[in-house]
Every structure is written in C-alpha cells, then in structure tokens.
Design a protein around this ligand. Structure first.
Ligand SMILES: CC(C)(COP(=O)(O)OP(=O)(O)OC[C@H]1O[C@@H](n2cnc3c(N)ncnc32)[C@H](O)[C@@H]1OP(=O)(O)O)[C@@H](O)C(=O)NCCC(=O)NCCS
Length: 183
C-alpha cells in the first residue's frame, strides 16, 4: 500500500467538470480549509430530515471542531469531494480510511433541490477512483433502513454490494474493484 502523508498537497488533478448520467452539470473538487464557511452554510441549508439521515441525530449546526475535521484533510487517508453548481456547494462525499485496514467509511449529502439528479452516484465513482489510488479496496457505510435513496445509490452502482440490517441501520460493504463492469 502507498504511504500516507499528512502533508499531501492539494490534489488539483482531482478537479473535474462532470455531467451526471441524469444530465446535471457539476464541478467536482476536493474540499479545502478555505471552504469552511461555505460548508457551514451548506449544512444549515439542509432540511432536518437530510441532516438526520446523514448524522443519525438532529444536528442543526456543525461544531468548530467538526468544520475543521471535515475541511482539513490529507487527501489520502481522508478525502472529501464537493460538487458545485456555479459558486454554490451542492454536495459533499467523503471517505475516511479505517486504520489498520484497507477499508474506508463513506458518507454523502446532497442539497435537497438537487437530489435524484445522479450527483451522489457520480461522486461515488470519483471517490472510489481516488480511494483506489490511496490503497483502499473496500468501502463501508451505514444508512438508516428507511433511507431508500442512499441504499439505491449503492445497490444501483456497478459494485457488488453486501448489506446487513441491525436495529434499523443497514451496514453496507463493497469492493471498489476498478474492473467491476458497468451494468
Ligand atoms: C442519499 C443521497 C446522498 C442521494 O443523493 P442523490 O444525489 O439524490 O443520489 P442519486 O441521484 O445519485 O441517486 C438517487 C436516486 O437516483 C437513482 N439514480 C442514480 N443514477 C441514476 C441513473 N443513471 N438512472 C436512473 N436512476 C438513477 C438512484 O438509484 C436513486 O434512485 P431511488 O431514489 O429511486 O432509489 C441524498 O438523498 C441525501 O443527501 N440524503 C440525505 C443525507 C443522507 O441520507 N446521507 C446518507 C448517509 S451515508
């Protein structure tokens, strides 16, 4: 596995303009520390339902520690990609490498008015591509059992997803094999 570096420079080569399979144009790039206030604004624009689905609790405001943790990354063991439409941040997708494994936990959130535009599905592919470059083989995630949209993003992807349900939470796991055929 490649070596992680806490001083990895900003990976500008991950920036790209993408059209989702459903036709929405987004600019995707890794988050930066300078995005802190935009992340706070984005979070506060979400409905309580979306926030609950993302954090499994009412969480109307991000703490300063969370903002720092979510924006100051090494772009290797910890990466967040944001999607922008114009100047507006409309989505965040992140992975966190689980220490001592080749697995990473992933999480997604998309602005309500742009949900069902294929943004999370697009970000999943880009996140998996970046993660493979960091030696990660497997993504894991937890979603509320009623979160049909999040489960749909995973099961609708080209990856072979396994699921287990416990106490209303679905644990998801899949190899991010680059050779998995697009269905
Ligand atoms: C879950 C969430 C991130 C999904 O984001 P999204 O950008 O709307 O997801 P997508 O548009 O890629 O996919 C959503 C739906 O579109 C479908 N879809 C995606 N790409 C498609 C395509 N090319 N053709 C047809 N349908 C497609 C997905 O299967 C899914 O369908 P479903 O809702 O009928 O099951 C979003 O709903 C959200 O932010 N929820 C709140 C936060 C949250 O729940 N986070 C999860 C914690 S990890």
């Amino acid at each position: 596995m490649a070596q992680a570096s806490p001083t990895t420079p900003y990976p500008a080569d991950m920036e790209c303009d993408v059209t989702t399979e459903l036709g929405t144009n987004i600019h995707v790039r890794p988050i930066k520390p300078e995005d802190a206030s935009r992340l706070v604004t984005f979070h506060m624009s979400l409905t309580p339902r979306s926030v609950y689905r993302r954090f499994f609790s009412a969480h109307p405001r991000l703490s300063d520690a969370e903002v720092t943790r979510f924006t100051c990354l090494d772009y290797f063991d910890r990466l967040a990609l944001i999607a922008e439409v114009g100047e507006r941040m409309v989505a965040v997708a992140r992975y966190d490498h689980l220490p001592g494994t080749t697995e990473a936990e992933v999480a997604f959130v998309v602005a309500e008015d742009l949900q069902h535009h294929g943004i999370a599905s697009t970000l999943l592919e880009l996140l998996a591509h970046a993660a493979r470059g960091a030696g990660i083989t497997t993504f894991v995630a937890s979603a509320l059992a009623e979160n049909r949209e999040m489960l749909g993003v995973f099961t609708g992807s080209r990856f072979d997803v396994s699921r287990s349900l416990e106490f209303g939470v679905v644990d998801i796991r899949f190899l991010i094999d680059p050779d998995t055929p697009v269905s």
